[in-house]
Write a protein that binds this ligand. Structure first.
Ligand SMILES: [Zn+2]
Length: 330
C-alpha cells in the first residue's frame, strides 16, 4: 500500500489528518529517520480516536495500537498518523509498577554494573526516569538527575532525586552529563530525532549514551508478529538494531556495542506477562505457586535491545576507541 499522501498532487501536510479527531490529535508524518513519505501498512488502526491504555498488566486493551507502517525507503516501523499522547502520560498512575520495584531494582543494579565498565563515575541523567529506580541504583556511583513528565512518577522520583518535569529539549540545560540513559522511552517519543539531538547537546565530549528498547528485527519478535509484547498503543516507534543505529549516527553518536538487555522478573509477574501466549496459560498456575511466585530470575530475551553509544567528534575519538576496546573485553 502506498500511504504517501503525495498521490493526486496533495502533500501529506494537507490531507485532513491535521484536524482534531477527538481525544487524539492525529497527523500524518514523514519518516523520522530518512524523511521519506512512502510507507507500507504493517498493522491497521485498532484504536481510532481513543486514547491508548497505559498500564503494566499487558491487558488486551494495552496491546491495541494505532495504524503501524513501515518506511519503504529505510525500513523504520512507526505509528502513522502520529497521535499526541502527552495527556495520557499526565493521567498515568500505576500501582503495578510500584509493586514490581524489587525486580526493577535488580535490573537497574545490573545495568549500573555495565555502565561502570565504561564510566566509573561522573554526572548521569536518566531521561524518562519514572519513579527513579535507576537513579536509586546509579546514585551509589554517579551524581544523578532525572527527567520525568508523568506527575505521578515525578512525585515518587523527586522525593529522592533532582528531577525535571519538562521535556529535555525544552529545559535549556547548561550542564553537561557524562552518561545519559534512555530506558524504555525512545519508543514513546513523537520526534525521536529531536529528542536524541537534545541528548547529544547535554552530553560531554565522549559521553556515554545508553538506549534500551525493543528490537523488531530480532528472531523472537519476527516469530511473534503483532503479539510481540512491544506492540502497544503507547509505543510510537519500533526500532531494529539497524534503524536505531542509523538514528544515533544521524544525531552524532557512534555505537559502541549492542546486546540483549537483561531483565529480572518475579516469577508471578512473568506469569502475568506470559498470559497472552498459549505457553503462558499453561505456566501461569505453576509460576504462582507459593515458594515460586516471589523468586526473581534474570532473563536475556531476544528482541530486548540495549545499545551503548558515545558522542562523536574531536577529542573523544581516542576515548571512543578505548570504549570499543573495553567493550570487546567484557
Ligand atoms: Zn525512512
Amino acid at each position: 500500500m502506498d500511504a504517501s499522501p503525495a498521490r493526486g498532487g496533495r502533500s501529506w501536510r494537507d490531507t485532513g489528518f491535521g484536524q482534531n479527531m477527538g481525544m487524539i490529535y492525529n497527523r500524518l508524518v514523514p519518516c523520522n529517520l530518512c524523511g521519506s513519505e512512502s510507507f507500507s501498512l504493517l498493522y491497521p488502526d485498532e484504536l481510532g480516536d481513543r486514547a491508548a491504555t497505559v498500564d503494566y498488566d499487558f491487558s488486551p486493551q494495552t496491546r491495541k495500537t494505532y495504524r503501524i507502517v513501515k518506511c519503504e525507503a529505510c525500513g523504520l516501523i512507526f505509528t502513522n498518523p502520529m497521535p499526541a499522547l502527552q495527556s495520557s502520560y499526565e493521567q498515568t498512575e500505576d500501582e503495578t509498577y510500584l509493586r514490581s520495584r524489587p525486580q526493577r531494582l535488580r535490573t537497574a543494579d545490573r545495568l549500573v554494573r555495565r555502565l561502570l565498565q565504561y564510566k566509573n563515575g561522573g554526572d548521569l541523567l536518566d531521561v524518562g526516569c519514572s519513579t527513579g529506580i535507576l537513579l536509586d541504583a546509579a546514585s551509589r556511583h554517579f551524581s544523578v538527575e532525572g527527567v520525568e513528565l508523568s506527575p505521578w512518577a515525578f512525585e515518587h522520583a523527586s522525593a529522592r532525586h533532582k528531577v525535571y518535569r519538562r521535556p529535555l529539549r525544552h529545559l535549556g540545560l547548561e550542564k553537561k552529563y557524562d552518561v545519559v540513559t534512555l530506558m524504555g522511552v525512545i519508543e514513546h517519543f513523537e520526534d525521536p530525532t529531536a529528542e536524541i539531538r537534545a541528548i547529544h547537546d547535554v552530553l560531554t565530549p565522549g559521553g556515554l549514551f545508553v538506549v534500551y528498547t525493543g528490537d523488531v528485527g530480532a528472531w523472537l519478535p519476527r516469530i511473534l508478529g503483532k503479539t510481540w509484547w512491544w506492540y502497544q498503543g503507547m509505543h510510537l516507534f519500533y526500532f531494529s538494531r539497524s534503524t536505531c543505529e542509523r538514528l544515533l549516527n544521524k544525531c552524532g553518536f557512534d555505537v559502541v556495542t549492542t546486546e540483549n538487555h537483561c531483565t529480572y522478573f518475579e516469577l508471578h509477574s512473568l506469569g502475568i506477562s506470559l498470559r497472552r501466549y498459549r505457553i503462558g496459560l499453561l505456566l501461569h498456575p505453576l509460576l504462582n505457586l507459593p515458594g515460586v511466585r516471589n523468586a526473581i530470575v534474570p532473563l536475556k530475551l531476544s528482541g530486548e535491545m540495549l545499545m551503548f553509544a558515545t558522542k562523536r567528534g574531536g577529542v573523544q575519538s581516542d576515548r571512543a576507541s578505548d570504549l570499543v576496546a573495553r567493550a570487546v573485553m567484557v
